[in-house]
Design a protein around this ligand. Structure first.
Ligand code: C2O
Ligand code: CU
Ligand code: CU
Length: 552
């Protein structure tokens, strides 16, 4: 972190924290005061008799990604490739995505049905696909297999075996994840459990069940996104000045005047969104990363960190509103000194505008109960492990994507991992501007328990089917911690109970200071293709804040 940035503390930072805090307090009050007080008939009637009809916000119609249900025994192909996409009108830019477009289609798997997904690499660089949140053996996880060389393809035969959930897929080539996801190599992956279809939730894709993939970018004068994090952006994570939903700026969604479900996915590198409705109305949280909560919980603010998903219901029979976020003012701690760091965006901003219309269909009644979540019982844990997320001295970094030494190392490791002769083994991409600091300054290294990620090294060995408590500690700043191959429960965070949005099934959790996770490991991972855990700030992951584990 440079001194100039350090001293550039925003005067409004305190005010923003106050706004966040008051929203948190409000949502707590509402929770404890019960639903009736905050959402009784009286307030509904008042809203109905005096409907707010603000003019629809200006912007770009929200595009809805195509939903592809991968039918039982069917095969679906997604081809990673380049796409021309105009983020700014009349200024098309060359970015990446799947099947010829920026970003990817939404893939829907049905629980219990075997589906084949074929991946083709039409890029000029190695790629792979990781199924983030999918509960499968590590050999199907996609992250630690050798990337596909340009022109190569691979197939994954997957049988989803988990509750209905909004998951996602994205490229996961170590050292280039930030660049690739920023470029558009990401999409929704939806698991549908046939037993959970009758819950009475809005579920017409693109109409009252709307996916919102949120990212932030910077653009050059030609309208092309710029991703070239300097040492500072590696240390703190890249944050762009423009927020996009499903690939467009100033997104506005047409919504029916009834409860609408939104599937939120934070596919940003580092930006954490603190989402609220512009009129501060309550909305219902119905699902976290790994699936539904026991029942809807009314909140007024939702924190969504990189990698996380949430499903919410916003009731547009109460009039229109906009989905807003506060800036991502974050805190940095070094020894005894904690300071808040400004965001490149300095005031609350609109994430998605809404333009409600009447379709004369009655709103679905808000269900009281959704699913049964077994209690998170710490007594089931057979052991504890502790993970401290912290920056390292640059010299301690054994691996740097983009270095020739690292390429040899990677190739060698793949051979050691038994992938030699696979025919698709490729070295890491070498693009300097995207895999390391672009300013010539020493690149920061980050690690877990004092070690940066090393391909081929196994950091932890876990027993198949066992349950453990993982204690995660963020030393310097909040990190979204993600574990592959599992859905865990948060036992506690920062010495208190989990926040509402961390109370369900999770695979990624924003660790402000510390968190205790209860994790059961139902899937196998061997030494040749282990699972990984890492910070989902993609610059941190690429700079080494990642470790490996086997499950056997
Ligand atoms: Cu979203 Cu290791 O991944
Ligand atoms: Cu993942
Ligand atoms: Cu991090």
């Amino acid at each position: 972190m440079t001194l100039s940035r350090r001293s550039l503390l925003l005067g409004s930072a305190a005010a923003l924290f106050a706004l966040v805090e008051s929203a948190e307090a409000r949502s707590k009050r509402r929770r404890s005061g019960g639903r009736k007080a905050s959402r009784g008939k009286a307030s509904r009637a008042a809203a109905a008799s005096a409907p707010q009809t603000p003019p629809p916000p200006n912007g770009t119609a929200l595009p809805i990604p195509e939903l592809i249900t991968v039918a039982a025994d069917g095969e679906t192909t997604i081809a990673a490739g380049f796409a021309d996409h105009a983020f700014i009108k009349d200024k098309p830019a060359r970015v990446a995505g799947y099947n010829g477009r920026h970003l990817g289609p939404a893939l829907r798997l049905v629980r219990g049905q075997s589906a084949t997904i074929r991946i083709e690499n039409k890029l000029d660089r190695p790629t792979n696909v990781h199924w983030h949140g999918l509960s499968v053996d590590a050999k199907l996880d996609g992250a630690m297999q050798p990337p596909l060389a340009p022109g190569a393809s691979a197939t994954y035969k997957i049988t989803a075996d988990q509750s209905s959930a909004t998951l996602w897929y994205h490229a996961h080539v170590h050292g280039s994840v930030g660049r690739d996801v920023h470029d558009g190599l990401a999409g929704f992956l939806i698991v549908e459990d046939p037993d959970e279809i009758g819950l009475g939730l809005p579920s017409t894709w693109g109409v009252d069940d709307i996916p919102l993939l949120i990212q932030d970018k910077d653009f050059d004068a030609a309208g092309a996104p710029v991703y070239a994090p300097d040492a500072d952006a590696i240390e703190h994570g890249f944050r762009g000045r423009t927020v996009l939903v499903n690939g467009v700026r100033e997104a506005v969604a047409r919504v029916p005047q009834r409860p609408v479900r939104f599937r939120l996915l934070n596919a940003s590198s580092a930006r954490t969104y603190r989402l609220y409705c512009e009129d501060e109305r309550g909305f219902d949280l119905i699902a976290t990363d790994g699936g539904y909560l026991p029942g809807p919980v009314e909140i007024t603010m939702l924190v969504l960190a990189p990698g996380e998903r949430a499903e919410i219901l916003i009731d547009f029979s109460l009039g229109s509103t906009n989905l807003m976020s506060t800036p991502d003012v974050h805190e940095h701690r070094m020894g005894a000194t904690a300071m808040s760091l400004p965001d490149v965006i300095d005031k609350p901003f609109r994430v998605c505008g809404f333009d409600p219309f009447s379709d004369n269909r009655p709103g679905t009644k808000r269900p009281d109960r959704l699913v049964v979540l077994p209690p998170a019982d710490p007594k089931t844990a057979v052991r504890r492990r502790r993970f401290e997320l912290k920056s390292l001295a640059a010299t301690a970094m054994p691996y740097a994507a983009g270095d020739h030494a690292a390429m040899d190392h990677t190739t060698m490791d793949h051979a050691a991992m038994g992938h030699a002769g696979h025919g698709q083994t490729t070295a890491q991409p070498t693009s300097r501007t995207t895999s390391g600091a672009s300013d010539g300054a020493p690149r920061p290294a980050l690690g877990i328990n004092g070690k940066a990620f090393a391909m081929g090294r196994i950091d932890e060995e876990v027993g198949l089917g066992t349950t453990e408590i993982w204690e995660i500690v963020s030393a310097e700043m909040a990190h979204p911690f993600h574990v592959h191959g599992v859905q865990f429960r948060v036992l506690g965070e920062d010495g208190g109970p989990p926040k509402t949005w961390n109370s369900g099934l999770k695979d990624t959790v924003l660790v402000e200071n510390s968190a205790e996770l209860l994790i059961t490991f139902p899937h196998r991972a061997d030494r040749s293709a282990p699972f990984v855990y890492h910070c989902h700030v993609l610059e941190h992951e690429d700079a080494g804040m990642m470790g490996t584990f086997t499950v056997s």
